[in-house]
Design a protein around this ligand. Structure first.
Ligand code: ZN
Length: 268
């Protein structure tokens, strides 16, 4: 979103040319891991800090984490109230932000006008974190060994790499174009006892991005309407039985946020 006009990305593009910012950041992730001596998952970002990061601090914060430029480098602050997988992801994400600073002076600074309305940098830092925690060369080996593209595989990888199920799913589907005939749907229930509106969002697998066939779209709409009404397991089970030859529906409920993830996979 607004990627092309994000001054942070424009600045980094010029700095790392002829590499693209994506290529540059992915190389940085690999090199930090190699230097840290970690050769098997799970990968701990706290052991793969770049030399610019002086230390990582844990505190009760109102957000996941932050990167603080100080004399001679950065301090990464992480919200200690969040689950461990979230803390690790945040640490990796904040490392990503360090590459958007000029670190040649006494204190890191951004030599351009940074505006929070741009989301390009955020997206790149998320991608950097996924690459650091689930490096391509390792995940590709898992993909070779496991042929099933189902929920079980995502849960296995999330456990192996110590990332959230959501991060594992995004990595496989969005970065590596696996699960190409699946729609990944998330539903936020707002937690137990809260009356906040349920919010639902989804991503189409690569093959489905151009269009959904008419019958697939009908199934997708049906699933969405059940989810937005109430994602009770019984209703979902009953719904999933309606089209066994056309699609399968699997779901996972993450605690304690009570966020549901659904895999609606079509049998094309
Ligand atoms: Zn960020």
């Amino acid at each position: 979103m607004h990627r092309k006009t994000d001054p942070a990305i424009e600045w980094l593009s010029q700095l790392v040319a002829p590499l693209s910012p994506e290529e540059f950041l992915s190389k940085q992730a690999a090199s930090l891991l190699a230097k840290s001596g970690q050769s098997e998952p799970p990968f701990n970002p706290q052991k793969a800090l770049p030399p610019t990061v002086k230390r990582v601090e844990f505190a009760k914060l109102s957000r996941d984490g932050m990167l603080i430029p100080v004399q001679g480098g950065f301090i990464i602050k992480i919200n200690s109230l969040k689950p461990l997988v979230r803390q690790n992801f945040t640490c990796a994400h904040e490392i990503g932000h360090t590459f958007f600073y000029d670190v040649t002076g006494e204190r890191p600074w951004r030599p351009y006008k940074s505006m929070s309305t741009y989301w390009g940098e955020e997206g790149l830092c998320h991608a950097f974190a996924r690459e650091l925690l689930m490096p391509t060369e390792f995940v590709e080996r898992d993909l070779e060994e496991h042929k099933n593209r189902d929920l079980e595989f995502i849960l296995t990888l999330a456990n192996k790499y110590k990332v959230s199920v959501e991060v594992a799913a995004r990595r496989l589907m969005l970065d590596l174009s696996e699960y190409d005939k699946t729609v990944l749907i998330f539903a936020e229930t707002g937690g137990k006892g809260k009356n906040t509106d349920r919010s639902i969002w989804w991503y189409h697998g690569k093959t489905l991005r151009r269009y959904l066939r008419k019958d697939e779209d009908a199934i997708f709409r049906q699933v969405l309407s059940v989810i937005s009404d109430q994602p009770s397991k019984e209703i979902l089970k009953a719904t999933a039985k309606l089209w066994p030859s056309e699609a399968t529906l699997q779901w996972y409920e993450s605690r304690p946020d009570s966020r549901f993830m659904f895999l609606l996979s079509f049998c094309r």
